[in-house]
Write a protein that binds this ligand. Sequence first.
Ligand code: 5AD
Ligand code: SF4
Length: 443
Amino acid sequence: MSTPAKTFYIETFGCQMNAHDSEKVIGTLEHEGYSRVEDEEAADLILYNTCSIRDKAEQKVFHRLNEYKRMQGEGKKFAVLGCVAQQEGNKIFDKAPFVSLVSGSASYRNLPEMLVRLEAGEKRITGLDDRQTEETFDTEFTARSNPHRGYITIIEGCDKFCSYCVVPYTRGKERSRSSESILTEAKRMAEAGYTDIQLLGQNVNSYHDPLGKKSFADVLAMVGELSGVRRVRFTTSHPRDFTPDIVQVIDAMPSICDHVHLPVQSGSSAVLKAMQREYTREWYLERIAWIKAAKRDISMTTDIIVGFPGETEEDFEETMSLLDVVGYDGVFAFQYSPRPNTPAVGMAETVSDEVKASRLQRLLEAQRERQRISYERHLNQIVEVMVEGYNHQRGQVTGRTSQNKTLNFTTSLPILPAIGSYLNVRVTKTFPNSLVGEAVSAA
Ligand code: 5AD
Ligand code: SF4
């Protein structure tokens, strides 16, 4: 008699690293004989992959766990993964005793063994002690959710210890995968029909090949050269480790996307110092100058924190001025929030919530106006898009450009272009956050 398949439901919050970790966790569970369900009521095991980067993440997690509580009598098991799991550890069992497994990302490679213990009825199983590991979570069982565009983690953890950030504490020590293992995975993806590969890492350009063979720029080129690969993206880059050869490889290889996400966090050298970013405004702008000197038009985006302890109006004005000096195509801006265990948590908060909110709004408004102008440069250009979906109501196809911009377009073709296909599109209208166009030809 065969036993019925065990089922699981997974909920994921946070960054692309977390989204991709979940793809690996899903692949691992499926390999261990579980099948995924989209309805939590139908699941034997409920997993919750958490994020603690900003705001009151811990409270949100405990709130959600409270909602799960009503299902505990149904024989279900519960697992909490990710950054809040690592940060709160055993406290999760105390507050939510129906949870049986708590694991941070540095321990996911032990999941098969933890699952066996879970099935045996063990309680309080933890994966919390691997943050000093040299190992990375390499698995061939990744369940990628998109058949055309896929992630590859090339570096895990972070050793930068910016004073506001939880990541070094939740994701552990920085460790790179070997260039050979990256190549094997990228080749397998290319053979399976992936054309768009995104290399991931908290600081992707801090990559150090444990085999000592390849620099980060070499890894970009290695993946970009693979037959079938049309686009290689990479995120996130850290200014400290941003080198000119990255710009050179973008210039030399059309398959490397013309987009760099380079978080600045603040435009004031004094604030950068307090943030322990270990660079100044001038140092950052030098890297921006390299990018601007490229032959290709490389799109630049950034992350900014407003209201860091000690940030004065003058400091903030320096951040605002960066918008003009750099000319970003996108800004992700956040109000500073103190995070547990970080050095900044001990700094007196000098900026009120009202001032933080107003600075955020001023920044985003100024950036929107800038983007309205900077996106206009694409008017009448013919750009290549990868088809992502359809908006039937508007009669439009949605695509993404190499610069990671959304382009909604019409086509006179009798059949809609397939998702994952590439087309050349003429841009006929621009907005601050998207482009509109008409298909010209297959690409
Ligand atoms: N408060 C506000 N924003 C933060 N970020 C990281 N930590 C904090 C914090 N404590 C932002 C940074 C980072 C992005 C992923 O989140 O801008 O680049
Ligand atoms: Fe990702 Fe950072 Fe959130 Fe962790 S804390 S899940 S690394 S965004």
